[in-house]
Every structure is written in structure tokens, then in C-alpha cells.
Ligand binder design. Structure first.
Ligand code: ADP
Length: 685
């Protein structure tokens, strides 16, 4: 086994690999870009080497620089993670030349699987089932057209060198073929520098089912069963699970064996994934082989109880596979959800920004904490269901306070759950998603909740068109506990503005408060999600507090606010406990499993600002002065209440537009004031 390895990656996968190294007593070296100088993966490793600028091209894709870092730190091997250089044969080759072990398959196997057409030819020879189609060398346009006609429409045109769905064209009719071919070739040439195409029968409502394989240098090759990754958006996986639901033991075995045959056909070594496309009737066909560890590998770890990174390290250091095919068992069901900083409703556009508040559900992070590992994914090994202490696992490369930048994949975390059955895992996933709290970038958490609770997903009716077909239902607005969340937001605001921690009455803290009679304050809010402004009136009469919203006045009380943003509020008959994270004037409320945000519209401060600018305080409307809270000479903070007016049967507090010293109070209690009248003079600091 190695003593030290370099991890040529970043984010959650670099942290994930580092965790296994730590557990096995292997020293790990991180590499990092400018943008990642303080990233979590840097602290997760024992050493770190700066390799360049923030873009991937300037850092994580620089082969020479990474090899140099491995040499300089004495790393014996390089783990490429996924993405970046993980399937780059030049990188694998450069490692070989430098005498550093590439933790992955041989260069030839990467090359063989790099071309879809060449891989298909190899698979055909190995009797691995292929989608009916054409993947020949002859690229004559007329010949391709005849082949498409013979396959029967619809057909799918793919760029042989393609990936990420680029260049793919569905052709419905023979008349459309020539134009689609030309456009596929153009995109293939510009994206991959190679315009070779292949044609496949286009399957309707297919499933994406893949098989995890492993091979060693001693002739051993096994499969660690299947995963279903049908739930995709823009051909990218969103939810993955193991095992693939609803498949007979016979199909599973056939797929597993076909996947092993595929690996053997290219003399594969290490971890690989053979992706199949499956018809409604259960026929499956080879799509491609990914010659690396996949993002979704944790679901396989959860059900098999194996640490696949450990397997990779063992195989790379020439050990035989840890288990034989017969020894590999499946226990229960696991589901992974990818939590991204993105806008599902805006075509899944990435979102960026600082993670001001980040709280993931209870679980064990696959982190450097070796003890924690023992009860997480790994720990599933041999523990059995009763000993499985952590059915929720979080793999994340970011912490609260970190920034999601535009430079890399905007993934925040992978949330992986395990259950004895699919239903149990599903229920756990639902609960776990409802416990995720993110303030900062927009996320897909709510969208994931919608999918997980949707009828097709819940019943396992999976296919790659699920999201598109159920678009309207998945994007339908969810009913949220508005009243409860609003009560919590008001509690947090009143606590903050009143300066008290326990909310008995925010105004008790203001020693100059002299009113004995009732008191009403209008709180202006904006519902951030729906961009609607509304007001709530808070009233206090003796020890009775009420809140009026939408024409209904109800009893209101609250407690909390100290420590970790926890509040409890009662409004009418409703009670709510939740957390309020305050970001400036935006109150992010997490309660009853939902996230809501309200922005405080400081109506009076705004009015004062707008009227006279700094130093002038004017009446926002005609009315009567009912309390003067300051005397000349008072030093006040921004927003501090100065004068209370009554107008239209409501009381309005005039707050200081800025910090300063009150030099003159122009009205006394009982005075009538006209709209716009200056009430006092403030010397701004
Ligand atoms: P890429 O390498 O560009 O990602 P793949 O060949 O892996 O392309 O296919 C990506 C996705 O496209 C699959 O997961 C599946 O959803 C869809 N797809 C691929 N081939 C077919 C086909 N023959 N019929 C229907 N859908 C397909």
C-alpha cells in the first residue's frame, strides 16, 4: 500500500478520497487553485500545493504542474477523482512516465472507451448488447442516411467523441435526417475537434441503469451491482439509487455479467462504470463506460458496505480485489440527491455566492474524522442493519462561509440515505431534504423535494424523461406554512429591533418608553419568493400581544432568539418552532421543513430617508405626536425609535435614519403635525 498519494481534484470528491486515506493511514496531498486557497479539501489533506489560477485550465487541468507537485511532495500515486483529468489518457500516460501510479485504469483502456464508436466495436466483439444502430468508419452522408432508414425512426445521432449530451440530435423522420446530420457534425467538430458520428435507435422512455465494476491486475473482475440514474436534467443526473428498482434477479445478473465482459474486453483495472440504456420491457444495451469513480458511487457503498476508494487504492497498489463475486452482498436501498447551487425554475442555471448559512441534516459527514467514517458509508461494512448507525451521509466540499464560485461545478453537497427498503430510504430522503438549510445561493433543494415526493418517483416509475414529462407538477408552487413562518419572522424582527433576547416585550428594553395605553406598530414585509409586499400590525396592550395579517388579528407570543437562531411562536391556534437566519433585513425562516424568506421594509426609516436625507426627520403623514422617546442631546443609533405618531388610528414609529445626536425636538406629545413637517433635528455622526 502507498504511504502518500496526491489528490488531483477539489471539492467533495477530494475530501472523500482524503477521508479514506486518513482512515488507512496514508498521507494525502491536496492541490489547489487561487479560488480554492481556503477550500475545505485543502484542510482535509495533510499537505497542499498551489497549482495556479482559478480557472480549471490554469489549475486542475495542468498536467505538468500536477506531476511536479506529486514529485515535489514524494507522492507515490495520484487519485484523479472524477471530472478534470480523470479520463484523460495523456495525464495517465504522464503519470506513468514520471513513475507515479495513476489510480485508475491503464492508458489503453481509457483510450478504448474514449471513442463511443470504437468502444461499440469492441463491445460488439465481446457480445455485450448494443442499441441497434450504426457505428462504422464509413461516414458517407448517403450511407449514414440509408443506415438510419434501415434502423427505423426515430433515431439518435451522437458525436463519437462526444460527452455531456453535446451534438446529440433526435431525428423523427427520414426527411429531416440530412439537416440533423449536418448540424450534429458541425457541433461535434467545434466541441470535440472530430466530426465522426454514430446512429442509434432512439428509445422512448428509456431508463439509465449502470453497473459498478472493479478489476484487478490478477485477472479478477467483479460487479458491485446496479444503480438507476434515470432522473436527469439536461442529460445530467439529479437523483441516483442502488439497487435499480424493479429489476429481476436474472436481469441484474445478466447486466452485471455483461458489464464485467465489457471491462474484460478492454483489460480494465480499477473502478469503472458501465452505463446501459434500458427499455420499458427490460432489454438493456451498452451506452458507454466511464473509466473512473462516479459521483454517485456512495449509493453502491451504502448497499454493499464497501469503501470503493479503498478498493481503488488496493488495486492500484497491486493487491487483489478485496471480495469475490459471491462475497458481494446487497443490503437495503440507498438514494443520493445532488444538492446544487442553481435555479431549477430558470432552466437550472447555476447560482453563485457565499454560503451565509449552511445546515445539513443529522448524519455523518464523509470527512477526515476517521471515527465518524466507521459509522458512515464505510461503516455499513459488516455492521448489518441494526448496527448501521448513520443512515444519512453527507459528502460535501464546502462549509458555511465558503463561496460557490463560477469557476467550478456548483455542487453544495451530496445527500445519501439508506433504508431497509426503498420506501424507507425515500421517507428518510424526504425528511433529510426538509432539514437542509442554505442561505446564500439559490438551491435545488425544493425541486428535489418535489421529485422525491412525486408519484412517478415514489412508485419507481423511472425513465429519463421523468422531469420533462412531469414539469408542471414538479414546478408547481408548494404550499408553505406562511402564517407560522411570518410569526417567527416577526418574533425575530421584534426581538432584534427591541434589543431583547426573550421577547416578553421588545419595548420594555427602551427605558424611555412611557406609554401606558395600547400600542400598535406596523411592520412592512416583502415575501421574497413571490415578491409581494404586505404589512402586519403588531399590537400590545398590557400583557396582551396580537398580530394582524390579512384582516385577522390573533393572539401572538414568542420566545427564543438566543443562541442558534431558534424561535418558538404561537399565533392564534398555530404554534411553530423554527430557525430564523437574519441576513441584513432579510429574515430566512426554516420551519416545518420549509424555507421562507421575508424582507423587512423599514417603512418609516425609508420615509425619513426619502424626505429630507440625513439629519432631517419628517412626518410621513398628517397625525398627532403621541410619544417623544428622546431628549435633546440624546445619542442615537441608526433605526432607533425617536418619536411615535398616530395617524389613521395606527401608531407609527419614526426611526433615526442614521446614527447621531438629537439637537432639537420640535414637537411635544399631543401636538398635531402636518404631512412632511420636520419633527426633530439630528446631527449625523
Ligand atoms: P453523453 O456521453 O453525451 O452524455 P450518452 O451516450 O451517455 O451521451 O447519453 C446521454 C443520455 O442520453 C443518456 O443517459 C440517455 O438519457 C440519453 N440517450 C442516449 N442514448 C439514447 C438512445 N439510444 N435512446 C434514447 N435516449 C438515449
Amino acid at each position: 500500500m502507498f504511504n502518500k498519494i496526491l489528490i488531483a481534484n477539489r471539492g467533495e470528491i477530494a475530501c472523500r478520497v482524503a477521508a479514506t486515506c486518513k482512515r488507512l493511514g496514508i498521507a494525502s496531498v491536496a492541490v489547489y487553485s487561487d479560488a480554492d486557497a481556503n477550500a475545505k479539501h485543502v484542510t482535509a489533506c495533510d499537505e497542499a500545493v498551489h497549482i495556479g489560477g482559478s480557472t480549471a485550465a490554469e489549475s486542475y487541468l495542468r498536467i505538468e504542474r500536477i506531476i511536479e507537485a506529486a514529485r515535489a511532495t514524494g507522492a507515490q500515486a495520484v487519485h484523479p477523482g472524477y471530472g478534470f483529468l480523470s479520463e484523460n489518457e495523456d495525464f495517465a500516460h504522464a503519470c506513468e512516465l514520471a513513475g507515479i501510479v495513476f489510480i485508475g485504469p491503464p492508458v489503453e483502456a481509457i483510450a478504448a472507451m474514449g471513442s463511443k464508436a470504437a468502444a461499440k466495436a469492441l463491445m460488439h466483439a465481446a457480445a455485450v448488447p448494443l442499441v441497434p444502430g450504426y457505428h462504422g468508419d464509413d461516414q458517407d452522408a448517403q450511407l449514414l442516411h440509408r443506415e438510419a432508414d434501415a434502423i427505423g425512426y426515430p433515431v439518435l445521432l451522437k458525436a463519437s467523441a462526444g460527452g455531456g449530451g453535446k451534438g446529440m440530435r433526435v431525428v423523427e423522420r427520414s426527411e429531416d435526417f440530412a439537416a440533423a446530420l449536418a448540424s450534429c457534425k458541425r457541433e461535434a467538430a467545434s466541441s470535440f475537434g472530430n466530426d465522426r458520428v454514430l446512429i442509434e435507435k432512439y428509445l422512448t422512455r428509456p431508463r439509465h441503469v449502470e453497473v459498478q465494476v472493479f478489476a484487478d491486475r490478477h485477472g479478477g473482475a467483479v460487479y458491485l451491482f446496479d444503480r438507476d440514474c434515470s432522473v436527469q436534467r439536461r442529460h445530467q443526473k439529479v437523483l441516483e439509487e442502488a439497487p435499480a428498482p424493479g429489476l429481476s434477479a436474472e436481469i441484474k445478473r445478466e447486466m452485471g455479467e455483461a458489464a464485467v465482459a465489457a471491462a474484460r474486453a478492454v483489460n480494465y483495472v480499477g473502478a469503472g462504470t458501465v452505463e446501459f440504456i434500458m427499455t420499458v420491457t427490460g432489454d438493456f444495451y451498452f451506452m458507454e463506460m466511464n473509466t473512473r469513480l462516479q459521483v454517485e458511487h456512495p449509493v453502491t457503498e451504502m448497499v454493499t458496505g464497501q469503501d470503493l476508494v479503498e478498493w481503488q487504492l488496493r488495486v492500484a497498489s497491486n493487491e487483489p480485489l478485496p471480495l469475490t463475486q459471491q462475497q458481494i452482498r446487497i443490503d437495503g436501498h440507498a438514494i443520493e440527491a445532488r444538492i446544487y447551487a442553481e435555479h431549477p425554475a430558470r432552466g437550472f442555471l447555476p447560482s453563485t455566492g457565499t454560503l451565509k448559512h449552511l445546515r445539513m441534516p443529522e448524519g455523518v459527514e464523509f470527512s477526515i474524522d476517521a471515527a465518524g467514517l466507521g459509522t458512515a458509508g464505510l461503516g455499513a461494512a459488516g455492521l448489518g442493519e441494526s448496527g448501521r448507525k448513520a443512515p444519512v451521509r453527507i459528502d460535501s466540499g464546502v462549509r458555511e462561509g465558503d463561496t460557490i464560485t463560477p469557476f467550478y461545478d456548483p455542487m453544495i453537497a451530496k445527500l445519501i440515505v439508506h433504508g431497509a427498503t426503498r420506501d424507507e430510504a425515500l421517507a428518510r430522503m424526504n425528511r433529510a431534504l426538509h432539514a437542509c438549510e442554505v442561505v446564500g445561493p439559490h438551491t435545488n433543494v425544493e425541486f428535489l423535494q418535489s421529485i422525491v415526493t412525486s408519484e412517478p418517483f415514489a412508485t419507481g416509475d423511472l425513465d429519463t424523461g421523468l422531469i420533462e414529462r412531469h414539469h408542471d407538477a414538479l414546478f408547481a408552487p408548494v404550499t408553505k406554512p406562511f402564517k407560522e413562518a411570518l410569526a417567527l419572522a416577526c418574533a425575530a424582527l421584534l426581538t432584534r429591533e427591541g434589543g431583547t433576547a426573550h421577547g416578553a416585550s421588545p419595548w420594555d428594553a427602551l427605558s424611555h418608553w412611557r406609554l401606558n395605553s395600547g400600542y400598535t406598530q406596523t411592520l412592512g414585509w416583502r415575501d421574497v419568493e413571490n415578491d409581494t409586499a404586505f404589512t402586519v400590525s403588531f399590537a400590545r396592550d398590557g400583557s396582551t400581544q396580537t398580530l394582524e395579517h390579512d384582516g385577522v388579528r390573533e393572539g401572538f407570543s414568542w420566545s427564543g432568539g438566543a443562541g442558534r437562531h431558534e424561535f418558538r411562536a404561537t399565533i392564534g391556534d398555530a404554534r411553530a418552532t423554527g430557525r430564523v437566519f437574519v441576513d441584513g433585513d432579510t429574515f430566512h425562516v426554516f420551519c416545518l421543513g420549509e424555507a421562507l424568506a421575508f424582507e423587512w421594509q423599514n417603512l418609516l426609516a425609508h420615509a425619513a430617508d426619502a424626505e429630507g436625507g440625513e439629519g432631517r426627520l419628517t412626518a410621513p403623514m398628517p397625525g398627532k405626536v403621541i410619544a417623544v422617546l428622546v431628549e435633546p442631546g440624546a445619542v442615537v443609533k441608526k433605526g432607533e425609535p425617536l418619536i411615535v405618531m398616530e395617524a389613521m388610528k395606527m401608531e407609527h414609529t419614526i426611526g433615526a435614519p442614521a446614527a447621531g445626536t438629537v439637537s432639537e425636538v420640535l414637537y411635544a406629545v399631543g401636538d398635531q403635525v402636518t404631512d412632511g413637517a420636520q419633527l426633530l433635528v439630528l446631527n449625523v455622526e
